[in-house]
Design a protein around this ligand. Structure first.
Ligand code: HEM
Ligand code: MG
Length: 334
């Protein structure tokens, strides 16, 4: 009943993806968009259902086809998000706010909140979205984007958003939230998404024909603000997996290392040494599976337990090859 994850693309080469079959159509009043500029854009081009509600297999196919994410990497992002924000009973997830469009919810404390649900995948210190404490954590924020531009002007090659700009912006956003957000949470799993998402634009939003890891502000404006691929946009020339992303993530971390923590009031960052640091990928995998997911599904039974276990298996399938983690089972072996 729950489809298996899609296989790697048969033809994973470069190609025009802003093509006639995938025209940009701005989201209508009933179309959901959320905190991820990539998924928003893929929905606006019809790689995802334009209403913003999708099955995990549709999301994986969309990010592989539209942006050339590697199969494992796509599965890791998608099943992680789906287990925290989707509906395991209907196999549907909103790429933004909670919606009846994902069907009847499983019992509380399950949230089925969609990708905008704060404190799950979505978290603090985003580059172009404010912390939930300050307002809408899902919507593009022009003032923050001006910071993206000025940081790129100061640190990036020729004013582009490159790995140096990413390192500085990531650190600035963290330092700013430490100073101003009394409820800042910066622990697993958010630390991992925060650092990977700083790197993603230098890879996936750069036209594959150029592929120099330097994102122009014009292209950034298209994806982050307009939720639109630039004219004639070509995807990456080959599928991009952890092996490409991990060293870049480590490079920006090494410029400004940090330890996970939470604010107890403004400017009072209390370290959380019992939680996994950014360098411990398998520790973060285990934290998601053994703490975060059981937080919403403490004792699932029947069809719900079966569906969650199936998705947990898919998630593990994505991390075993490149990270060699040991599988963990919160709800019994399956
Ligand atoms: C942010 C989900 C793929 C780029 C986010 C956020 C979520 C999310 C929940 C909000 C986190 C936050 O900032 O608080 C997903 C899922 C994906 C996916 C489930 C695939 C299955 C991608 C891809 C890219 C991407 C392929 C490629 C560029 C970004 C960026 C942000 C982001 C740059 C940060 C936005 C900001 O900080 O302002 N994503 N994403 N995502 N995502 Fe995605
Ligand atoms: Mg956020």
């Amino acid at each position: 009943e729950i489809p298996n994850p899609p296989l790697p693309l048969a033809n994973g080469g470069i190609k025009l993806v802003n093509d006639a079959a995938h025209p940009f159509i701005a989201a209508g009043p009933n179309d959901i968009r959320g905190p991820c500029p990539a998924l928003n854009t893929l929905a606006s081009h019809g790689y995802l259902p334009r209403n913003g509600v999708a099955r995990p297999d549709q999301i994986i196919t969309a990010v592989m086809e539209g942006l050339n994410l590697g199969n494992d990497f796509a599965k890791f992002l998608c099943y992680q998000a789906f287990l925290m924000n989707g509906n395991p009973l209907t196999n549907l997830m909103s790429i933004g706010m909670k919606t009846p469009g994902t069907g009847p919810d499983p019992p509380k404390p399950a949230l089925v909140g969609g990708l905008s649900q704060h404190g799950t995948f979505e978290g603090d210190t985003s580059m172009t979205r404010v912390d939930a404490y300050f307002g809408d954590q899902a919507v593009f924020n022009e003032a923050l984007f001006q910071g993206f531009i000025s940081t790129s002007a100061k640190y990036g090659y020729n004013g582009t958003y490159d790995v140096n700009a990413a390192a500085e912006l990531r650190n600035q956003r963290l330092q700013n939230s430490i100073k101003t957000n009394p409820q800042l949470v910066f622990t697993s799993p958010r630390i991992l998404s925060a650092y990977s998402e700083a790197v993603f634009p230098t890879i996936f939003f750069v036209d594959g024909r150029l592929n120099n890891r330097r994102l122009s502000i014009d292209a950034a404006r298209h994806f982050f603000d307009f939720q639109m691929m630039p004219t004639d946009f070509h995807r990456q020339p080959a599928p991009v997996n952890f092996t490409m992303v991990d060293p870049l993530t480590k490079a920006i971390f090494d410029k400004h290392p940090f330890a996970p923590g939470v604010n107890h009031g403004k400017n009072n960052f209390v370290l959380q040494p019992q939680t996994p640091p950014l360098s411990d990928f398998c520790g973060i995998y285990e934290d998601i599976v053994l703490r975060v997911i059981p937080g919403q599904y403490p004792r699932p039974t029947g069809a719900l337990r079966q569906a969650i276990n199936k998705n947990l298996g898919f998630l593990y399938g994505a991390v075993k090859a490149e990270h060699n983690c040991t599988q963990v089972f919160p709800f019994g072996r399956y």
